[in-house]
Design a binder for this molecule. Structure first.
Ligand SMILES: [Ca+2]
Length: 492
């Protein structure tokens, strides 16, 4: 049962590390090098290990605790023949840990773990504990060896969300804290030479104040009593690969990282913003939304939403849509237009989601560079659904010529209407029409339908959040989301 699960996290199955050192190499598959977080204070455990002599089951209580720095302290009392070396290695899979906490059995050990504020999985970085929105204060993962073993080395692959840091503690009941420190997005391997400490159990404690933490794998090199029933297995990954004598031919393609719960501009592939948020009242100051002359209102708004608006390179919009189109009800997911798909917040070149021009490309002429990257017009869309729309205009019920944007329970009719109103206001060459296929290269519609949809499907929280966030990238707002009532004044 666990065998099936553990394959999920493997980047590369390590060759059995029988002869070689457990020197897993800490570098990401992408090439960013990482430091070994070797214990700079490796003497910390030595004074503690005296306590281990009180363990009941052990036959080696006479260990000279104060002198464990000599790496042969164990074998003096216990000839090699009484112990056998085993390597325990396990890479965590997606299904191993449950948010509610519990136990799981893997490779000969039963692990106990605490509940999590957030549980996720990243193919590259491993099991995710906590998120930026739901940080994990303290989390314990522990196992009981069922007998006293000599721990020779410990290697734990840890990471945080990009830019974050978190702390770890490694301890046993008999020795107390063996090692502690911090780790970050660039420090992946906590690697400790444990100098044969005697232990009956093992606990890893992780804590973060504000970031997600990732646990990829644990590798323990142990000497266990020859008569022990323990039969440990090593299925750890070779992280980074290449430096361990492997020929590299087993390198697997790396899935894009899943960063659920962690959509923050400037992090995890999400674009940095250019503008600070602005209150609508401030943005529109001086504009009278109650005036009855639609032409004047349209002209004033056209100026306002063009002034200071940043032209965005279409290629760069993917990294922005991850933020602008984040679901309100399911934070950490992208909310797809037309069908309400919830999609992973990673740009994978259109495989999962792509960019839908609500006002189609072929229906705008002129300054295409500006129009093409206008975030207000672009919506993230499930790649499957986008192809069905083409460049059709919108109308009730679909036809060969028109598209009905309401194929799910969610209502997208008002959304598309307000985007079209914005486009026809900002770009004065464009027009909304009752017959949008005449002068197709500048026309969209159907106007009367869009005006009705604007009323029938009022502005949602998602549209408001999106409008606020687009401002932060592009420096302008969609007035028809802030003031849907003006659509009739301007276009009816
Ligand atoms: Ca809606």
């Amino acid at each position: 049962m666990n065998k099936k699960k553990l394959t999920a996290g493997l980047v590369l199955v390590a060759a059995l590390l029988s002869g070689c050192d457990i020197s897993l190499v800490g570098s990401t598959p992408g090439g960013t090098n990482t430091s070994h977080v070797t214990n700079s204070d490796s003497t910390a455990h030595e004074s503690n290990s005296v306590e281990s002599s009180t363990s009941a089951t052990d036959s080696t209580t006479e260990t000279s605790g104060s002198d464990t720095s000599s790496n042969t302290s164990g074998s003096e009392v216990n000839p090699d023949s009484d112990y056998k070396e085993q390597t325990y290695g396990y890479a965590f899979g997606k299904e191993d840990l449950n948010k509610n906490g519990g136990t799981f059995v893997a490779n000969g050990l039963t692990w106990k773990y605490d509940a999590m504020s957030y549980a996720g999985f990243d193919t590259d970085r491993g099991f995710q504990i906590g998120s930026s929105k739901n940080p994990q204060k303290s989390w314990n993962l522990s196992t009981d060896f069922g007998t006293e073993v000599h721990v020779k080395s410990i290697s734990v692959a840890l990471e945080t969300g990009k830019g974050g840091s978190a702390s770890y503690q490694i301890k046993t009941t008999s020795s107390g804290i063996i090692d502690e420190g911090t780790f970050s997005d660039s420090q992946k391997i906590v690697s400790i030479d444990a100098n044969d400490i005697e232990a009956e159990d093992f606990t890893l404690t992780l804590s973060a104040d504000a970031k997600a933490m990732y646990l990829k794998q644990i590798v323990l090199k142990l000497d266990i009593p020859s008569d022990s029933d323990l039969a440990l297995k090593d299925t750890s990954s070779e992280i980074g690969g290449g430096e361990q004598g492997g020929d590299g031919e087993e390198e697997n393609p790396i899935d894009p990282p899943i960063t659920d719960g962690d959509i923050i501009p400037g992090k995890n592939g999400v674009a940095e913003t250019s503008f600070s948020p602005i209150e609508p009242e401030v943005y529109y100051s001086g504009i009278d939304f109650t005036q009855k002359d639609g032409d004047i209102l349209k002209e004033e708004l056209s100026q306002r939403i063009n002034d200071g608006a940043k032209t965005i390179d279409y290629k760069k919009t993917s990294a922005m849509l991850i933020y602008t189109d984040e679901s309100v009800e399911n934070p950490g997911k992208i909310y797809g237009t037309y069908d309400g798909s919830l999609m992973k917040p990673v740009w994978d070149s259109g495989k999962t989601w792509n960019k839908e021009h609500t006002w189609p490309r072929s229906r705008f002429e002129g300054d295409n560079n500006v129009v093409d990257g206008d975030l207000h017009n672009l919506r993230a869309a499930n790649s499957r659904i986008n192809s069905g729309r083409g460049n059709k205009y919108f109308d009730e019920k679909g036809s060969e010529e028109s598209y009905y944007p309401n194929e799910a329970e969610e209502d997208f009719r008002g959304d598309v209407a307000r985007i079209c109103f914005y486009m026809a206001t900002r770009y004065t060459d464009l027009r909304l029409s009752e017959r949008p296929n005449e002068n197709l290269s500048v026309s969209m519609g159907k106007l009367s339908t869009l005006l009705r949809w604007n009323e029938e499907d009022p502005v949602s929280k998602f549209e408001e959040q999106r409008n606020d966030r687009i401002y932060c990238y592009q420096g302008n707002r969609n007035p028809f989301i802030d003031h849907p009532e003006i659509a009739d004044t301007i276009f009816a």
